[in-house]
Design a binder for this molecule. Structure first.
Ligand SMILES: NC(=O)C1=CN([C@@H]2O[C@H](COP(=O)(O)OP(=O)(O)OC[C@H]3O[C@@H](n4cnc5c(N)ncnc54)[C@H](O)[C@@H]3O)[C@@H](O)[C@H]2O)C=CC1
Ligand SMILES: O=C(O)C(=O)Cc1ccc(O)cc1
Length: 309
């Protein structure tokens, strides 16, 4: 596939995801110019110190002027505000996309502001870490990870193909689904695990007052894995919870039922039930590892693009 090239890319939001995109774009030479804008002056200054782009501007509206590709990488709760800010300055024919972890809410917030003559194509790279901010990004974050698009009906195929070729150049595997389906799937595979982690670490923190420092002192690897997820950005995860409320509550209800089943089995000494469940879940882990989707390491051990595409 030929390498996609954009004359000007505007990145709105330059945290873990925005700065990882910026690093890949620079490394791979995917744009003549990268214009960066973000909410705080301090973060913008840091992006400049890290030389993540070619120009740094305070106003999102100014940043998107004449951009062929606009990538919004802000917490999902801020997408509507950004859409409103940039709407009047978008170049006719521009592709506007996002990276938000929830899709139905982002579409509801952004689509009403998008002019008819731009291509708004929502997206979500399934790649990240518990870290945030412009220093947290790295080259190759998206390599061998899925990027899911949830295009609106009537989306221009050429624009969608161009955006897909951009993410393919970053090394992603591409998929498409409708936003409601995306939100249900992500609720179980990503949002619930984070909520469970926040909860278990919170419970342990409450117990800490009883056990003093034992939680930290004896934290075994199982608990440590949860602390990594529970260290994820509070603003981002507050927004995910508020903006995928229905799907998360549905999955939490299922989860609570299944937990009650486990609780009963333990109470009544039903070892066969415990054994059957633990055997089934072990097989799932094995199939994930076999499919090459093992993402144990916090940063997946991939700090550099060892193969430029
Ligand atoms: N962290 C992760 O592992 C992943 C995050 N995402 C999604 O990517 C998006 C960005 O997440 P991160 O880069 O991790 O967050 P981050 O906290 O590292 O960066 C967020 C950036 O957005 C900026 N920002 C916040 N409000 C803004 C506003 N109103 N206008 C302009 N800029 C604003 C911040 O200054 C910062 O530069 C979120 O929607 C998140 O759901 C998607 C995949 C993985
Ligand atoms: O750090 C982790 O384990 C993650 O799961 C990263 C992540 C967080 C949010 C997303 O929407 C996608 C990926």
């Amino acid at each position: 596939m030929t390498k996609p090239h954009f004359d000007r890319i505007a990145l709105i939001g330059i945290g873990l995801i925005g700065s990882s995109i910026a690093r890949d774009v620079k490394e791979l030479g995917l744009a003549r110019e990268v214009v960066i804008s973000t909410r705080s002056a301090e973060t913008l200054k840091r992006a400049e110190e890290l030389a993540l782009g070619s120009r740094y501007v305070a106003s999102a509206a100014d940043a998107v002027k004449d951009a062929d590709l606009v990538i919004v990488s802000v917490p999902v709760g801020a997408s509507g505000l950004v859409a409103e800010q940039i709407a009047g300055s978008l170049k006719p024919g521009a592709i506007v996309t996002d990276v938000g972890s929830t899709k139905a809410s982002v579409i509801a917030q952004m689509a009403p502001h998008m002019p008819e003559n731009v291509h708004f194509i929502p997206g979500h790279p399934l790649a990240g870490t518990e870290k945030s901010g412009p220093d947290a990004g790295f080259i190759g974050l998206f390599r061998d990870r899925w990027c899911i698009f949830t295009p609106l009906p009537g989306t221009d195929q050429a624009a969608l193909d161009r955006l897909k070729s951009f993410w393919t150049a970053l090394g992603s595997r591409i998929d498409e689904m409708d936003p409601q389906h995306h939100d249900k799937v992500l609720a179980i595979v990503s949002h619930l695990p984070h909520i469970i982690a926040y909860n278990i670490v919170g419970t342990a923190d409450d117990l800490e007052t009883v056990t003093e420092s034992e939680v930290i002192k004896y934290s075994a690897s199982g608990f440590r894995d949860f602390t990594r997820l529970a260290a994820s950005d509070p603003t981002m995860w507050r927004d995910v919870c508020l903006h995928n409320k229905d799907a998360i509550l549905e999955m939490l209800a299922r989860f609570s039922e299944d937990l009650a089943y486990l609780q009963r089995a333990i109470r009544w000494g039903e070892g066969d039930k415990l054994f059957e469940l633990f055997t089934r879940t072990r097989a799932i882990r094995r199939s994930i590892v076999q499919a090459g989707q093992d993402v144990d390491a916090p940063d997946f051990g991939r700090h550099a693009l060892d193969q430029k595409k």
